[in-house]
Design a protein around this ligand. Structure first.
Ligand code: S3P
Length: 210
């Protein structure tokens, strides 16, 4: 049925070239698996993978904890939006899966920039994410104690829910999660991923959780 629609985004033209590119953005709270899922989707589709936090660090020549220490959260958000803007206007070279940082989709300006593109919210309960965040070895300036973590999660949830598609991750392995994302995005597979889409962006995703 819907499977013949293909993964659809606005055609995207890199300034100065005639190349048309597609991208999918992964959204979700800290430790929700955006990078692992993004890398696996990119491998399955033969797309590039970009981690926005890594782009921020590369552009600023500083680690994220250093940026937070020196410039606070407003300084980090400014750098994050600049990196996202650059990515969308200059540095996408091939079809790309992008993992956003946990607060990126909460910022209105970033959601505006991302409006033409499909976004996938990786949803899991705050207590599960807290447990994962203790063991994944990532230093996160905005991870305080479990109560603060749960409060921040609750504040952000309405924004995450604005993603094109929501996928619940709990109890699922990487392969079934990726297969579910492909189904929800009506992705036609590797060959189609390399081709061009003429289908308008309104034809993908439902925003509903399954
Ligand atoms: C942040 C999450 C981090 C990173 C920064 C801010 C947040 O990314 O962008 O520390 O506001 O939740 P991860 O979601 O990859 O941990």
């Amino acid at each position: 049925m819907g499977t013949d629609l293909g993964l659809t985004t606005l055609p995207f033209y890199v300034p100065g070239s005639a190349m048309e590119l597609r991208a999918v953005f992964l959204v979700g709270f800290m430790a929700s698996g955006k990078s692992s899922v993004g890398q696996e989707l990119a491998r399955r589709w033969d797309w590039d993978f970009v981690d926005l936090d890594t782009r921020v660090e590369w552009r600023e020549r500083q680690t994220i904890p250093e940026i937070f220490r020196e410039r606070g959260e407003p300084g980090f958000r400014f750098a994050e939006t600049s990196a996202l803007g650059d990515l969308l206007t200059e540095s996408l070279k091939r079809n790309t899966v992008v993992a956003l940082g946990g607060g990126a989709f909460v910022q209105e300006r970033n959601r505006e920039l991302l409006r033409p593109w499909p976004s996938v919210f990786l949803e899991a309960p705050a207590d599960e994410l807290w447990q994962r965040s203790l063991t994944d070895g990532v230093e996160r300036p905005l991870r305080g104690d479990p109560e603060q973590f749960a409060r921040l999660y609750a504040e952000r949830l309405p924004f995450y829910r604005q993603a094109s598609v929501t996928v619940v991750t709990s109890g699922k392995d990487l392969a079934s999660l990726c297969a579910e994302i492909e189904r929800r995005l009506q992705f036609r597979g590797r060959t189609e991923a390399a081709g061009r889409s003429q289908i308008p962006p309104t034809h993908f995703g439902t925003g509903e959780s399954q």
